[in-house]
Write a protein that binds this ligand. Structure first.
Ligand SMILES: [Zn+2]
Length: 231
Protein backbone atom coordinates (compact mmCIF):
# COMPACT_ATOMS: atom_id res chain seq x y z
CA UNK A 1 0.00 0.00 0.00
CA UNK A 2 2.80 2.37 0.90
CA UNK A 3 4.56 1.69 -2.41
CA UNK A 4 1.32 2.23 -4.26
CA UNK A 5 0.82 5.57 -2.54
CA UNK A 6 4.39 6.57 -3.29
CA UNK A 7 3.97 5.70 -6.97
CA UNK A 8 0.70 7.58 -7.19
CA UNK A 9 2.29 10.50 -5.43
CA UNK A 10 5.16 10.62 -7.94
CA UNK A 11 2.65 10.38 -10.76
CA UNK A 12 0.66 13.24 -9.34
CA UNK A 13 3.74 15.43 -9.05
CA UNK A 14 4.74 14.64 -12.60
CA UNK A 15 1.27 15.49 -13.87
CA UNK A 16 0.83 18.78 -12.10
CA UNK A 17 4.40 20.00 -12.43
CA UNK A 18 4.32 21.81 -9.11
CA UNK A 19 6.87 19.96 -7.10
CA UNK A 20 5.91 21.15 -3.69
CA UNK A 21 2.14 20.94 -3.89
CA UNK A 22 0.81 17.73 -2.49
CA UNK A 23 -2.75 16.58 -2.77
CA UNK A 24 -4.38 13.45 -1.55
CA UNK A 25 -7.87 12.02 -1.64
CA UNK A 26 -9.75 9.95 0.88
CA UNK A 27 -8.19 6.56 1.68
CA UNK A 28 -11.56 5.01 0.99
CA UNK A 29 -11.08 5.90 -2.66
CA UNK A 30 -7.35 5.24 -2.55
CA UNK A 31 -6.35 7.54 -5.38
CA UNK A 32 -4.90 10.98 -5.58
CA UNK A 33 -7.06 13.69 -6.98
CA UNK A 34 -6.30 14.62 -10.49
CA UNK A 35 -5.73 18.32 -10.96
CA UNK A 36 -6.28 20.46 -13.96
CA UNK A 37 -3.73 23.18 -14.50
CA UNK A 38 -3.97 25.17 -17.68
CA UNK A 39 -0.69 27.06 -18.32
CA UNK A 40 -2.46 29.27 -20.86
CA UNK A 41 -4.64 30.67 -18.11
CA UNK A 42 -1.76 32.20 -16.10
CA UNK A 43 -3.58 31.46 -12.85
CA UNK A 44 -1.77 31.71 -9.50
CA UNK A 45 -2.80 31.44 -5.85
CA UNK A 46 -1.79 33.71 -2.99
CA UNK A 47 -1.93 32.06 0.42
CA UNK A 48 -1.71 33.60 3.90
CA UNK A 49 -0.89 31.45 6.92
CA UNK A 50 -1.12 31.73 10.69
CA UNK A 51 -3.90 34.34 10.95
CA UNK A 52 -6.24 35.82 11.44
CA UNK A 53 -4.57 38.86 13.02
CA UNK A 54 -6.80 41.68 14.31
CA UNK A 55 -4.96 44.39 12.32
CA UNK A 56 -2.81 42.79 9.61
CA UNK A 57 -5.51 40.52 8.22
CA UNK A 58 -7.83 43.49 7.76
CA UNK A 59 -5.07 45.51 6.13
CA UNK A 60 -4.31 42.67 3.72
CA UNK A 61 -8.02 42.20 2.97
CA UNK A 62 -8.32 45.84 2.05
CA UNK A 63 -5.36 45.61 -0.38
CA UNK A 64 -6.77 42.44 -1.97
CA UNK A 65 -10.11 44.18 -2.40
CA UNK A 66 -8.48 47.21 -3.96
CA UNK A 67 -6.97 44.99 -6.67
CA UNK A 68 -9.96 42.62 -6.95
CA UNK A 69 -7.83 39.65 -5.93
CA UNK A 70 -9.01 36.41 -4.28
CA UNK A 71 -6.71 34.45 -1.95
CA UNK A 72 -6.64 31.53 0.46
CA UNK A 73 -6.15 31.94 4.21
CA UNK A 74 -4.86 28.94 6.18
CA UNK A 75 -6.11 29.88 9.64
CA UNK A 76 -5.01 28.72 13.05
CA UNK A 77 -8.22 27.73 14.88
CA UNK A 78 -7.17 29.42 18.10
CA UNK A 79 -6.58 32.70 16.27
CA UNK A 80 -9.95 32.48 14.54
CA UNK A 81 -11.59 32.16 17.96
CA UNK A 82 -9.48 34.98 19.44
CA UNK A 83 -10.10 37.37 16.53
CA UNK A 84 -13.53 36.40 15.20
CA UNK A 85 -14.15 39.71 13.45
CA UNK A 86 -11.02 39.36 11.35
CA UNK A 87 -11.86 35.71 10.59
CA UNK A 88 -15.40 36.61 9.53
CA UNK A 89 -14.13 39.44 7.35
CA UNK A 90 -12.03 36.91 5.39
CA UNK A 91 -15.06 34.70 4.78
CA UNK A 92 -17.33 37.65 3.99
CA UNK A 93 -14.91 38.89 1.31
CA UNK A 94 -15.20 35.54 -0.49
CA UNK A 95 -11.68 34.24 0.13
CA UNK A 96 -11.03 30.55 0.71
CA UNK A 97 -10.27 29.39 4.25
CA UNK A 98 -8.10 26.36 4.95
CA UNK A 99 -7.21 24.39 8.08
CA UNK A 100 -3.79 25.14 9.62
CA UNK A 101 -4.42 23.23 12.89
CA UNK A 102 -5.82 24.56 16.15
CA UNK A 103 -2.57 25.54 17.89
CA UNK A 104 0.23 25.43 15.27
CA UNK A 105 2.29 22.91 17.22
CA UNK A 106 5.31 21.04 15.86
CA UNK A 107 3.45 18.18 14.22
CA UNK A 108 6.39 15.79 14.60
CA UNK A 109 5.83 15.98 18.36
CA UNK A 110 2.28 14.70 18.02
CA UNK A 111 1.00 11.16 17.59
CA UNK A 112 -1.87 10.35 15.25
CA UNK A 113 -4.49 10.96 17.91
CA UNK A 114 -3.01 14.35 18.76
CA UNK A 115 -2.87 15.32 15.10
CA UNK A 116 -6.48 14.33 14.49
CA UNK A 117 -7.50 16.42 17.49
CA UNK A 118 -5.64 19.45 16.11
CA UNK A 119 -7.31 19.09 12.72
CA UNK A 120 -10.75 18.54 14.17
CA UNK A 121 -10.53 21.41 16.66
CA UNK A 122 -9.40 23.84 13.94
CA UNK A 123 -12.18 22.71 11.62
CA UNK A 124 -14.72 23.28 14.41
CA UNK A 125 -13.27 26.68 15.36
CA UNK A 126 -13.41 27.93 11.78
CA UNK A 127 -16.93 26.62 11.32
CA UNK A 128 -18.23 28.09 14.57
CA UNK A 129 -16.66 31.51 13.90
CA UNK A 130 -17.04 31.85 10.11
CA UNK A 131 -19.77 29.32 9.24
CA UNK A 132 -17.39 27.82 6.67
CA UNK A 133 -16.08 24.26 6.52
CA UNK A 134 -12.40 24.31 5.48
CA UNK A 135 -11.76 21.92 2.58
CA UNK A 136 -7.95 22.16 2.44
CA UNK A 137 -5.15 21.55 4.91
CA UNK A 138 -1.70 23.06 5.16
CA UNK A 139 0.47 21.52 7.87
CA UNK A 140 2.46 24.01 9.99
CA UNK A 141 6.01 24.33 8.60
CA UNK A 142 4.96 22.20 5.63
CA UNK A 143 5.46 19.05 7.67
CA UNK A 144 3.82 16.64 5.21
CA UNK A 145 4.95 13.43 6.91
CA UNK A 146 3.31 10.05 6.29
CA UNK A 147 1.38 10.42 9.56
CA UNK A 148 0.23 13.91 8.63
CA UNK A 149 -0.91 12.72 5.17
CA UNK A 150 -2.77 9.80 6.75
CA UNK A 151 -4.56 12.10 9.21
CA UNK A 152 -5.46 14.54 6.42
CA UNK A 153 -6.99 11.63 4.51
CA UNK A 154 -9.37 11.02 7.39
CA UNK A 155 -10.83 14.48 6.74
CA UNK A 156 -10.56 14.13 2.94
CA UNK A 157 -8.26 17.14 3.01
CA UNK A 158 -5.93 17.80 0.09
CA UNK A 159 -2.57 18.75 1.69
CA UNK A 160 -1.40 21.99 0.16
CA UNK A 161 2.18 23.26 0.36
CA UNK A 162 3.61 25.97 -1.90
CA UNK A 163 5.93 26.63 -4.81
CA UNK A 164 7.16 30.11 -3.76
CA UNK A 165 8.19 30.79 -0.16
CA UNK A 166 8.44 34.55 0.47
CA UNK A 167 9.82 34.03 4.01
CA UNK A 168 7.86 37.16 4.91
CA UNK A 169 7.81 36.11 8.56
CA UNK A 170 11.59 36.59 8.60
CA UNK A 171 12.46 39.09 5.85
CA UNK A 172 11.77 42.65 6.96
CA UNK A 173 12.19 44.17 3.54
CA UNK A 174 9.18 44.61 1.24
CA UNK A 175 11.36 44.80 -1.87
CA UNK A 176 13.02 41.47 -1.14
CA UNK A 177 9.69 39.79 -0.39
CA UNK A 178 8.25 41.14 -3.64
CA UNK A 179 11.35 40.04 -5.60
CA UNK A 180 11.03 36.48 -4.34
CA UNK A 181 7.59 36.37 -5.93
CA UNK A 182 8.27 38.34 -9.10
CA UNK A 183 11.44 36.40 -9.93
CA UNK A 184 9.91 32.96 -9.37
CA UNK A 185 6.41 33.44 -10.72
CA UNK A 186 4.93 31.10 -13.31
CA UNK A 187 1.43 29.83 -14.06
CA UNK A 188 0.22 27.42 -11.38
CA UNK A 189 2.35 29.01 -8.63
CA UNK A 190 1.19 28.84 -5.03
CA UNK A 191 2.72 31.70 -3.03
CA UNK A 192 3.30 31.39 0.70
CA UNK A 193 2.83 34.55 2.77
CA UNK A 194 1.62 35.21 6.33
CA UNK A 195 -1.02 37.50 7.78
CA UNK A 196 0.32 36.93 11.31
CA UNK A 197 4.07 37.51 11.58
CA UNK A 198 4.41 39.39 14.85
CA UNK A 199 5.91 42.85 14.77
CA UNK A 200 6.92 44.94 11.81
CA UNK A 201 5.30 42.98 8.99
CA UNK A 202 6.33 44.03 5.49
CA UNK A 203 3.74 41.76 3.88
CA UNK A 204 1.15 44.49 3.10
CA UNK A 205 3.80 46.72 1.55
CA UNK A 206 5.14 43.79 -0.50
CA UNK A 207 1.62 43.05 -1.74
CA UNK A 208 1.32 46.60 -3.03
CA UNK A 209 4.40 45.95 -5.16
CA UNK A 210 3.43 42.44 -6.27
CA UNK A 211 -0.24 42.77 -7.19
CA UNK A 212 -0.17 45.58 -9.78
CA UNK A 213 2.89 44.09 -11.48
CA UNK A 214 1.46 40.59 -11.85
CA UNK A 215 -1.96 41.87 -12.89
CA UNK A 216 -0.22 43.92 -15.56
CA UNK A 217 1.61 40.76 -16.70
CA UNK A 218 -1.77 39.07 -17.18
CA UNK A 219 -1.80 36.82 -14.12
CA UNK A 220 -5.14 35.92 -12.54
CA UNK A 221 -5.26 35.42 -8.77
CA UNK A 222 -7.55 32.56 -7.77
CA UNK A 223 -8.12 30.46 -4.66
CA UNK A 224 -6.15 27.23 -4.23
CA UNK A 225 -9.28 25.15 -4.92
CA UNK A 226 -9.91 27.07 -8.11
CA UNK A 227 -6.27 26.77 -9.17
CA UNK A 228 -6.22 23.00 -8.66
CA UNK A 229 -9.67 22.48 -10.11
CA UNK A 230 -11.23 21.16 -6.90
CA UNK A 231 -14.43 23.07 -7.66
ZN1 LIG B 1 2.07 28.32 9.88
Amino acid sequence: MRDFLRRMFALFLAICGIFSVFTIKSAAVGVYRSVSLDPEKKQIALTFDDGPHPRLTLEILSILQEYGVKATFFMIGENARNYPEAARAVAAAGHEIGNHTEHHLHLSSLNEEGLLKELSACKNSIFSVCGVKPALFRPPEGAATQTVLRCAERFSYPVILWSIDTKDWEVKNAGKIADSVLSGIKPGAIILMHDYVGKNSKTPEALRRILPKLIEEGYEFVTVSELLGFG
